[in-house]
Design a protein around this ligand. Structure first.
Ligand code: PEP
Ligand code: MG
Length: 885
């Protein structure tokens, strides 16, 4: 029979898939001798078996739980339901990947009308016992019986009011007793049954509730957002309770081994004296910084700091540790790899190599590539005078301006309508997650650096200011006040997550500066990666930016963007509207010097590196006014009848636009089909490239131009262009009196091109995968239609794990790519092959490109660092580079 239950001493850190992250770490910590309260983990396989059995515990599981419970009882010296010394346990979910706050925890399980009196006797405190009991009823009823939390909060608040106190811990035993009775009555009213008294029954109900919570709405949203598979299941951890709320020598806290915002190597966290774990995480009371523990409980602080160091060396990663002190004894409840900002990730990786804890390969694997572009984004420009109205905790860096909204649903709605919003709340809960997703940033009045808002915002790379207690929010009036300032819903404010400042109005932002650690870590990445990283850039400015971020060439210059400027568009339109070749040539003669200037600028900016220039791609109607616009204009002109010349001009334009209209422009008259129809357009572009190259060569620059044909399907098509190219190159060389070289290649963005790549390679000297179009044409999905209409169904039905327009579809599109690589290299073994679709900057796609042996990936300048790191990770994790440095 399958083993479904593991005692903590039976597990290991590498059993995360089976025991969940939390369970595996509790086991590991137990086995390295840390003070972990004893317990057991029910596996993720048991959760899946529960669902397979239609929502029932699988056969044998309940006996296995009871047998292991007996061992836990023996180890702790206490027994569930025993009146002399009752065992109390916590029951928590714990999936393979951490899902902060997404599922629920039950503390103090095992309490009932009898055992609560035993606890009172043993601890000598009825207040403590009753308070534990009322918390247990509340949590159990919320998680297991699904009675909304606020109903209990309401009862609690009314008793606090009756007794005239502000804080929970001021409640007397009489008040607590009365609260318990009201809670029990509420359970009766809601369920028609008494609150379950039998501890073993409580335990089994709680276990099933944790299994069910795997599929609650917010857990599903979180998994979708973080691309976590829905079939992993959650483990259940059952652990002996220790109490942080047994007076002033007790407490509970959460600490990171390093600062998760900056990466600075100091213990970073917070704790609350005389409190249970939920009080810290929920962010309801604002806790003390951990450094203060050194004054209040110096011995405990010393012991904790040593354990933190031990855990970090053991896991070779920054840890996020939960601890409790019960009457002067320290317990470690949990450790996991700490979530961190990009800045912190880079600094931690760098510092850990510097101190010899890890090597460079491990360091590179510690940084999440997608995080890196956070560092390239803007902060607030401090050189201008700012109207700072309050300062909270700098919980997640970056800065944002937006309209204030006080509710997650509202935030989502406003954002959908195109507004930039900041979510402002007293605190956030997992129910607010969609609002945080929609917002530019989050501001809370309560809660610390480990509150829900802070953790979630950091994970998403959004700015967050927490615990800003100067602001007073009035949800009913939809406004907040700070001193004399009132900010209403819809007003614009700015927050600075790096300093905690809250500022009235929108503020100017500044470009980021890159730390030396950042530059060094990326240099390490370069030393391991096999793929070259290029950028997609259409202007010299973008080209320079790309070089600054480490691009080693341009993989795609989209020349159509150069046709759009106000100085060119009239000539482009003239070129399109021309009735004769002469007329068209006249327009092209105007465009030639401008294009030459464009190419000159880009090739010069990329001195020494290759630049792939793609000839015109989009259908010509994109350069003309829209049909609807022209219809309105001509109708108006006709009705007014006062400008027949303009009417004639617009009517001609309308006629042309009509003639260019296509049923399906994506599959229409675009790409090199335009070049076949109007070869003079491509001739002009090729001539402009060669003239720019000739000038630069004369000026002493090293230029490596690669001329690229978009959307071909056949070698004969390619021959047509390449032959003209050779003639033009010779003419320019002759005229300029210089020699230069260039290469000619093909985009591979249609299935036919991939299938016939071996033939195309007879003339194409390089390939570049245009995976945007290749994805559209392989799937038969037009991106805009798919994303707006039906792609979500494909994700929901698990046909695709994520959008194939974001992460490359390895099975389909990837298969065509492999065929094209094999075909191309069969004909031309050393041909350069790259990718310039958006996938070129997406880490899992970069990994695939590494695996199939591409030479380079090309992406937008801001994604270049992401691609550099992803390429290094791909090389390191396939083991190819081990030992090369
Ligand atoms: C592509 O299709 O992947 C590509 C890079 O071309 P564009 O996005 O310009 O169509
Ligand atoms: Mg394309």
């Amino acid at each position: 029979m399958k083993k479904y239950v593991y005692l903590f001493q039976e597990g290991r850190a590498d059993m995360k898939a089976l025991l969940g992250g939390k369970g595996a770490n509790l086991a590991e910590m137990t086995n390295i001798g840390l003070p972990v309260p004893t317990g057991m983990t029910i596996t993720t396989e048991a959760c899946n078996a529960y669902y397979q059995a239609g929502g029932k515990l699988p056969d044998g599981l309940s006996d296995e739980i009871k047998q292991n419970l007996a061992i836990v009882e023996e180890k702790s010296g206490k027994k569930l339901g025993n009146l002399a010394d009752p065992l109390l346990v916590s029951v928590r979910s714990g999936a393979m990947f951490s899902m902060p706050g997404m599922m629920d925890t039950i503390l103090n399980l095992g309490l009932n009308e009898q055992t609560v009196e035993s606890v009172a006797k043993i601890t000598g405190s009825q207040v403590f016992a009753y308070d534990s009991y009322r918390r247990f009823i509340q949590m159990f009823s919320d998680v297991v019986l699904e009675i909304p939390k606020y109903e209990f909060e309401h009862i609690l608040a009314s008793h606090k009011e009756k007794q005239g106190v502000k804080y929970d811990q001021e409640l007397t035993e009489e008040s607590l007793r009365a609260i318990i009775e009201d809670y029990q009555q509420l359970v009766w009213d809601k369920t028609g049954k008494p609150f379950p008294e039998e501890p073993l029954k409580q335990l089994f109900m709680a276990i099933e509730a944790v299994f069910r919570s795997w599929n609650n709405d917010r857990a599903i949203v979180y998994r979708n957002l973080n691309k976590i598979s829905h079939d992993l299941g959650t483990a259940v951890n059952i652990q002996t309770m220790v109490f942080g709320n047994r007076g002033d020598t007790s407490g509970t806290g959460v600490a990171f081994t390093r600062n998760p915002s900056t990466g600075e190597n100091v213990l970073y966290g917070e704790y609350l004296t005389n409190a249970q774990g939920e009080d810290v995480v929920a962010g309801i009371r604002t806790p003390q910084p951990i450094a203060k523990l050194a004054d209040e409980m110096p011995e405990i602080y010393k012991q904790f700091a040593a354990i933190a160091r031990q855990l970090e060396s053991h896991y070779k990663n920054m840890q996020d540790i939960e601890f409790t002190v019960e009457q002067g004894t320290l317990y470690i409840l949990q450790t996991r790899n700490g979530k961190r900002t990009a800045a912190a990730a880079v600094k931690v990786a760098y510092d850990m190599v510097d101190s010899g804890l890890i090597d460079k390969k491990d360091a590179l694997l510690l940084v999440e590539p997608n995080q890196l572009d956070q560092l390239l984004h803007r902060g607030i420009d401090d050189s201008v005078k700012l109207d700072v109205i309050a300062t909270g905790l700098p919980a997640s860096p970056g800065a944002a301006s937006g309209q204030v909204v006080f509710d997650a649903d509202e935030a989502e709605k406003w954002a959908k309508n195109g507004s930039q919003v900041l979510l402002v709340r007293n605190e956030t809960t997992p129910d607010d997650i969609h609002g945080i997703v929609a917002a530019q940033g989050v501001l809370t009045s309560r809660g610390g650096m480990t509150s829900h808002a802070a953790v979630v915002a950091r994970g998403m790379g959004k700015p967050c200011v927490c615990g800003c207690d100067a602001i007073r929010i009035d949800y009913a009036k939809k406004e907040f006040t700070v001193g004399n300032t009132t900010v209403a819903q819809g007003d614009i404010i700015s927050i600075d997550g790096a300093t905690g400042r809250v500022i009235v109005g929108a503020v100017p932002m500044r470009e980021p500066t890159l730390s030396s650690e950042y530059l060094t870590v990326l240099e390490w990445a370069d030393s391991f990666k096999k793929l070259t990283v290029r950028a997609n850039a259409d202007t010299p400015e973008d080209a320079l930016k790309a070089r600054e971020f480490g691009a080693q060439g341009i993989g795609l210059t989209r020349t159509e963007h150069m046709f759009m400027g106000q100085d060119r568009l009239p000539y482009v339109q003239q070129m399109i509207l021309a009735e004769t070749l002469d007329e068209r040539q006249a327009a092209l003669d105007h465009l030639l010097p401008m294009q030459e200037g464009d190419f000159y600028g880009i090739l010069k900016a990329m001195d020494g590196y290759p630049v792939t220039i793609r000839l015109l791609d989009p259908p010509l109607h994109e350069f003309l006014p829209s049909l609807e616009e022209l219809l309105v204009e001509t109708t108006e002109l006709r009705v007014r009848g006062n400008n027949p010349a303009l009417l004639e001009e617009k009517s001609q334009l309308l006629k042309k636009v009509r003639s260019l209209q296509e049923f399906n422009p994506m599959l229409g008259h675009r790409g090199c089909r335009l070049g076949l129809t109007y070869p003079e357009i491509y001739d002009m572009q090729m001539k402009a490239i060669f003239q720019a190259v000739a000038r630069l060569v004369k000026e002493g620059y090293t230029v490596i131009p690669e001329i690229e044909i978009p959307l071909p399907i056949d070698v004969k098509e390619m021959r047509f262009f390449i032959e003209r190219m050779a003639v033009l190159a010779d003419e320019v060389k002759q005229a300029a009196g210089v020699d230069f070289s260039y290469t000619a290649g093909s985009m591979i963005e249609l299935p036919r091109a991939a299938l016939l790549a071996d033939e195309i390679a007879e003339v194409a000297e390089f390939f570049s995968f245009g995976t945007n179009d290749l994805t559209q044409t392989t799937l038969g999905f037009s991106r805009d239609d798919a994303e707006g209409k039906f792609l979500s169904q494909y994700i929901q039905h698990k046909i695709f794990k994520e959008s194939p327009f974001i992460a490359l579809d390895r099975e389909g599109v990837g298969k065509l790519m492999k065929i094209a690589v094999a075909g191309g290299r069969k004909t031309r073994p050393n041909m350069t092959i790259g990718i310039c679709g958006e996938h070129g900057g997406e880490p899992s796609s970069v990994e695939f490109c590494h695996e199939i042996g591409l030479d380079y990936v090309s992406c937008s300048p801001y994604r270049v660092p992401v691609a550099r790191l992803a390429a290094a990770q791909a090389a390191i994790s396939t083991g190819e580079n081990i030992g090369t440095r």
